[in-house]
Design a protein around this ligand. Structure first.
Ligand code: FES
Ligand SMILES: [Fe+2]
Length: 397
């Protein structure tokens, strides 16, 4: 087990400098790359459940590959190849028939195992020779997950759920125009909160500068932010790219009186774009929960009538607004996208000067480099195990 604290950052930093970083690319996620093979060993959050209706099909791009996502009439979400094996038509243009999908181009129909079962203009017997690839899918905490790796998928769910009463409120998905690792590293960088989120004051309860320490676990990394008053904010980073942390509620929801626990999945679309798929656990029941939902619906209407967070973030990056002046219903999201995507599609890690507050980032890069090197060299990587439900994040205020 690796532990990094402030005293060991220099040691870890020089160790990182000595390691042949150029040999291991920690940001690429395409098929066959060490990073892509690593990420494909886990369940991947791919889409917000409520955004896929029964009978609907969509094109999706995940981990630098294109697929078709559809929901059969029974309600089961399915992931299959992007294109029809006949002559390459896009399958999302086709028809959903029960659990099957029929290609729009010449009507070939594929069942939910991927087997071609009808070819209206062909001779009988040809269909059974044709199939497309399907991928295992499951749904959890309001998100659709898929498994893109070889062999049997790991246990599901990929991480434990909320341990207290309440309900799941799934936030708007965001598409962020930079490599996923920048955002995952940001979740390990608690010091940014005091600066990035100062305008608007969303994180006002924790504006002092914590001392960051981090520790590798059997399921990822646990990180501590020790505050000046001695309280400790505990954040869980589930391998390969999910963070579970207590954060302020959406703007306008503060009336509920508390912060919420979020399960924040950072999923590569390709190497230069990634998704934020966030499931928040709101610890309210009964009339309080009903009142929250009414307020949440108002909030959604307000967001729909406002410029998208990504657009405002890109305007900030382009210098069209003064950072401190921007206000938005999703202000923390705007602020985070502006800073993380503002690093560029790929931040140049060779030019960085990491300090003690980067202890979580340093440790995760060390773990990632070790795992990707094992995969690249054909050695068995670490066997990650499901996280115990008893390990939960702590707000630390
Ligand atoms: S391309 Fe799909 S049926 Fe011809
Ligand atoms: Fe942030």
């Amino acid at each position: 087990m690796s532990i990094i604290d402030a005293d060991r950052v220099d040691e870890a930093r020089s160790e990182a400098a000595r390691s042949p970083r150029a040999e291991i690319d920690i940001v690429r996620t395409g098929p066959g790359t060490p990073g892509g093979r690593f990420l494909r060993r886990f369940w991947t959050a791919i889409h917000r459940s409520e955004d896929l209706a029964k009978g609907q099909a969509k094109p999706i791009r995940i981990l630098c590959e294109d697929f078709t996502l559809y929901r059969g009439e029974s309600g089961i979400a399915r992931v299959i190849d992007q294109r029809c094996p006949h002559r390459g038509a896009l399958l999302h243009l086709g028809w959903i028939e029960g659990e099957d999908i029929r290609c729009v181009y010449h009507g070939w129909k594929f069942d939910c195992t991927g087997q071609c079962v009808e070819q209206p203009a062909e001779e009988a017997g040809f269909a059974r020779k044709v199939s497309l690839r399907t991928y295992p899918t499951r749904e959890y905490l309001g998100q659709i997950f898929a498994y893109f790796g070889e062999g049997e998928p790991p246990p599901f769910p990929p991480y434990p759920g909320p341990q207290t009463e309440g309900f799941i409120d799934v936030w708007n998905p965001e598409t962020v125009p930079c490599n996923y690792l920048q955002s995952f590293e940001n979740t390990m960088d608690e010091v940014h909160v005091a600066f990035v989120h100062r305008p608007g004051g969303s994180h006002a309860k924790i504006f002092d500068l914590p001392i960051i320490t981090a520790e590798e676990t059997d399921w990822g990394m646990i990180r501590y932010g020790t505050r000046q008053n001695g309280k400790v904010r505990v954040t869980l980073h589930y391998a390969p790219s999910t963070v579970r942390v207590i954060v302020p509620p959406l703007v306008g929801m503060e009336w509920q009186g508390g912060w919420v626990e979020i399960f924040f999945n950072l999923t590569p679309i390709d190497d230069e774009n990634h998704l934020w798929l966030v499931s928040a656990h709101v610890p309210l029941t009964g009339a309080m929960a009903d009142a929250y939902r009414v307020k949440r619906a108002e909030y959604s209407r307000k967001v729909a009538a406002t410029a998208p967070a990504l657009q405002v973030a890109l305007e900030l990056i382009a210098g069209k607004h003064r950072y401190a002046d921007v206000r938005h219903p999703d202000l923390a999201v705007v602020q985070d996208i502006a800073t993380q995507a503002g690093q560029g599609r790929f931040t140049d890690r060779s030019k960085e000067h990491l300090g003690r507050s980067d202890a979580g980032i340093i440790l995760w890069r060390k773990i990632l480099t070790r795992e990707l090197r094992a995969i690249a060299e054909g050695r068995e990587p670490k066997r990650w195990t499901p996280a115990p439900a008893s390990v939960v994040p702590v707000p630390g205020f």
